[in-house]
Design a binder for this molecule. Sequence first.
Ligand SMILES: [Zn+2]
Ligand SMILES: [Zn+2]
Ligand SMILES: [Zn+2]
Length: 437
Amino acid sequence: MNGLMKNEGIAGTERFASPGKGRGLRAVKHFAVGDLVFACPAYSYVLTVNERGAHCEYCFTRKEGLSKCGKCKQAYYCEIDCQKGDWPMHKLECTAMCSYGENWCPETVRLVARIIMKQKVTTERTQSERLLLLSEFEAHLDKLDSEKNEMNQTDIAALHHFYSRHIDFPDDQTLTVLFGQVNCNGFTIEDEELSHLGSAVFPDVALMNHSCSPNVIVTYKGTVAEVRAVQDIQPGDEVFNSYIDLLYPTDDRNERLRDSYFFTCVCNECATRSKDGGKMALQKLSSPPQPEEVRKMVHYARNVIEEFRRAKHYKTPSDLLEICELSQEKMSSIFADTNVYVLHMMYQAMGVCLYMQDWDGAMSYGEKIIHPYSVHYPAYSLNVASMYLKLGRLYLGLERKTQGVKALRKAIAIMEVAHGKDHHYVAEVKQEVEELK
Ligand SMILES: [Zn+2]
Ligand SMILES: [Zn+2]
Ligand SMILES: [Zn+2]
């Protein structure tokens, strides 16, 4: 059944030369909203360190009572078959994890180690590369600045340091290309609340070009990527995914795209900038702020976002909350509460509250975020769905059942399209609603 569906999916699409964009993916049949366009098993993947024990390292199943690897006691599996299946990859890390302790190696390096091992044993085109081979990935090495080049070299050094006992490496130039390819074409696997679960490569998924008004969404079922239509797609239409968080205004999105993917987007949203006004909403004051004041505040906002991103790695939760609160206060002299820069800091503050188990704090941030989110993001958005989900679960925890059920139903409505009606995440949320009756 599953296999059939996947074949139907890939049969509905083809690789083509997209004008101005290089290769791309095109529909050869009609897809309605919610239809599976195709599924793609991961070529290689790795579970993130923080999710150890909560997910099976091999199949990514989330459940209680997973059993430990007897040797390192750090990798967890649902059953012996998963442990056996994972061994060719886990053996690269089993002893190293013990000797180097926690956060021992960057996740990209762990992923690249697995790709090298997979390449050694792979002789035929894999099920993940039906339209695009991993070896065809762009590396964009000519476009890297010195900082990115240095990061690549640091990663290569780490690869040698942690894995030299287990892998015969290709030469440094080949490794540089591989890291470049993975940096531009890698995916992060996230759960239904958008928590980071791991990193992976899905070559056929990477074939899709970017649009800020994408007609598909990528979700994950274990280590399989599933691509579903979120707009009506006609035969001949190009299939577009979004590579970035779509919350931000056009200039910010394109800065991000140029920095990470080395292109500027020319989608309809970027051409019309139809949502930029709302995203940059200003306070309704008796005398409106001068353009220069607004420019200065945008500059401040971008800096504080970057400052916070770095501070997350070393500051205490209460210090982080303070950055959020002070910056919101400063921005509120010019920006409305629905402004995306204010929302960004509220979202970060909500994350810190969740981390500190301050449920009331998290809930009140969530309540401020959810409505502007549903305006700024496209109709079917994982960011909006996950916010309804977090908020709904917070309401239920705080015994506010009516509001909880309402929020969870909103999440379900989006997830039934983005994840598919039969996804276990959808079943789980429905179960949470059912239990309240
Ligand atoms: Zn498993
Ligand atoms: Zn082990
Ligand atoms: Zn765009």
